[in-house]
Design a protein around this ligand. Sequence first.
Ligand code: GDP
Ligand code: MG
Length: 441
Amino acid sequence: LGGSISRAIQQMSNATIIDEKVLNECLNEITRALLQSDVQFKLVRDMQTNIKKIVNLDDLAAGHNKRKIIQQAIFNELCKMLDPGKPSFTPKKGKTSVVMFVGLQGSGKTTTCTKYAYYHQKKGWKPALVCADTFRAGAFDQLKQNATKAKIPFYGSYMESDPVKIAEEGVERFKKENCDLIIVDTSGRHKQEAALFEEMRQVSEATKPDLVIFVMDSSIGQAAFDQAQAFKQSVAVGAVIVTKMDGHAKGGGALSAVAATKSPVIFIGTGEHMDEFEVFDVKPFVSRLLGMGDWSGFMDKIHEVVPMDQQPELLQKLSEGNFTLRIMYEQFQNILKMGPIGQVFSMLPGFSSELMPKGREKESQAKIKRYMTMMDSMTNEELDSSNPKLINESRMMRIARGSGRHIREVMEMMEEYKRLAKIWSKMKGLKIPKKGEMSAL
Ligand code: GDP
Ligand code: MG
């Protein structure tokens, strides 16, 4: 999806005159892409109609920044589609809330329950987990294992087969223990679909949840709308969590889930681990849908981990797009200071996976230090040039000698430099955003 949408916008950006034909072509391509990404047909059609209404071609002809107007319209429209207009119920620390999780088996409920509990526990809450999945063998063990690891109290049973009874008992117990966030995990499968929805209805009736969260796998496909709607019809779904956003799926189904449940997405799951869980943010999500997310997320990461006083300079350099060896040197310094490169550079395609593969951080750090030693033997002219050709063979020999390394290693470093420079150059012209501002458009 991202690919074709950004391609569509790119094509549009390249066209000198934005007239109705170009606008239509662009919209058609985006429409196709959204459909491919499992957004419901009706939603796509609505978006198309709205954009045509918003983008007044006469205004465009008046010579304002045409591309910006259309891009912004598409972006805003997608953001609007993710906003059901009212926030979900938000539990309050210190007051008892019951939160029930629903969703099909395999969608990530049990994992997400623990992440949700852990997220709040870190903020000083007293969460507890109740396993009301008696259908799947091992369901209780899985929850127990997760809960134990996170030191979160849990409740369940190997003997009792009635999920309603367990849910009721669990919620009762944790209310007595003054837990402020009682999380009920449910089953996602039944011999009969109707029986599953009836069970959800009964568990909900017995536990009176303040919030029901629908958990959806981002790679679910076209089924997203119907699935979300089916749950909504049996229980009062009030929020959505989209899981497995670390995979290939761009999560276009989230738009359908929001439309079907009239509820906002509140978190996304980005991995199997307990802390791979993020508060949902509409703008970066839409940026990602549009194939711009890598940059937007990257910016947020920079704001998060690069020392405040160094940010303006780094962003300035980024927007200029010239990646000198000196910039690489400074970034390596940052990386070594900050620990694993994963933090910042994993946001960029190709950065972390090749320079610092997961699980091999130690080796990669040694490599970075080696590169820095070699760069210490470079002249200012070499460090400040963004032309790799300047560093010819005789210069490489000198650098190798000066740093006591082999010329082969200098060549390897220059290859790395060229690779990073290529990625860096994609950021040329990037608007420098303030924290929290969207950066891609
Ligand atoms: P449930 O049947 O709905 O309770 O789903 P589970 O919580 O058992 O999760 C099913 C599988 O998806 C497990 O292997 C999880 O580790 C995995 N999973 C859940 N959330 C995520 C996520 O955000 N990213 C990835 N990569 N895997 C996830
Ligand atoms: Mg489960």
